[in-house]
Design a protein around this ligand. Sequence first.
Ligand SMILES: *[C@@H]1O[C@H](CO)[C@@H](O)[C@H](O)[C@H]1NC(C)=O
Length: 498
Amino acid sequence: MFPTSMQDYASFAAVAVVSAVAIIGCVYRLYLSPLSRYPGPKLAAVSYLWQTYMRYHGLLPTKLEQQVKETGPIVRMGPNHLCFWDADAYRDIYVTQKFPKQEGFYSSFQIPYGSDNLFSAVHHTAYLNRKRKLMPLMSRQAVLSLQGLFQQQLGIFVSRIRPLADGHQSVNLFMAFRCLTMDVITLFSFGEAVGALQTPDFHANVATSYDDYLRGTHLNVHYPWLASILLRMPTWVQPNWLRGYLSMVNIGKESLERFQAGGGKQRDYPVLFSQHVEFRTGLTDDELVSDASLFVGAGGDTSGVTLSIGAFYITRTPGAQERLFAELQAAYPDMKDILTANVQDLEKLPFLSACIYESLRIAVPVSADLPRVVTGGDWHFKGYVIPNGTTVSSNAVAVHFNEQIFPEAHEFKPERWLDAEGRFSNKLEQWLVSFGKGPRSCLGQSMAMVELYLFMAAFFRLFKVDTVSRLEDIKLQEHFVTSPIGHDCSARLECRAE
Ligand SMILES: *[C@@H]1O[C@H](CO)[C@@H](O)[C@H](O)[C@H]1NC(C)=O
């Protein structure tokens, strides 16, 4: 049909111009852009839809790894985004070059949106200011002084698990451990536990809300207007990821209200909220909530997945559980002493240490690509010239499954962390990037390590574990944080007699 009136001519011209611009844009991105020489899915070269779709379905690392197998270690995963599946690149991007964070990505981790937190703060001075105030709370010394708090939650966890073990019921360790770590982290940020461990079946609202929320983060990175529109809609049209987000905001806000109603007074231990009060950080209430919500996810989810996936591998690796139990039994002949064990004593147990480090490696608690921006001119890497302004990233999967660094990388081998005399050796630690590396590495590392030691030791001292889930059930799924596919990692437990 040909245009007949002036009006028709105008709309015809408009459509033609828009289509031409879109086509030229695609042609440019595919064939003329300086990044067009790098292989990758065609859709990824023209649009961020590819990343968004893969991330929404948790498939990003899997797809990238497939692509790397076919076309080599540099993949164009977005029109202006290169992923480096390479351990040296990981080090360059995050440690040597210290490229700044890419703004849009990190701001989607604000809960509520628009309120900066420690993770989303892109500008270095803003970040450093905030970090300095929180450091006293997160230092190893501070965390060690809180062991009593961790042990108290551990006691609740054990009392929940024991009847299930006695009844020969299978336990979803992924959910159960996350309830434990979420209660610990909320105690630590809000000054009170959210009571996840009291939830029947361990399907705690805080954990499921966070899962739902994480699914949407990538949508929000590239299409932030979507959330703005949906937030104005009635609840029933809102997708799960947005409801998860709203539920996280509520949990944070209600906790802050309760904290303030209590006069914001110091507990007998310092918490995130009181730290901000004490240091008069001048943060708004929403920014406080944003920091606290970040802690809940970063501290609760990651440790929970490491404990459950770690326990899964320890259990199904021939000889590992027996060796770990023997070591723990020799150190704690009276089993109830494990509930009050001191982490500094536990750290002296080499096989326990090896199992924990290997769990951190194989579980890859944070498996996302963490985008940075090339600044200060082009980046020269192994003969490639990456243009100034390009978004670049690598991820922990690429490093932890590098066969040169970790031979038989898909096998759980605690022995790789032991020397010839059977002592724990940290020579591979430089390549353990579970907490990131460089200036923006995880502030909660000390806390996570204390949790892993206390909880892993108690679990294997008190229970004999038999996995129910199979290897294909726990396949890695990435929604920034890693989870087993189907969120199920189940085992049958038996209480140890002595
Ligand atoms: C790199 O890009 C940034 C902004 O994208 C610009 O400010 C800076 O001047 C560029 N540096 C060089 C050396 O071209």
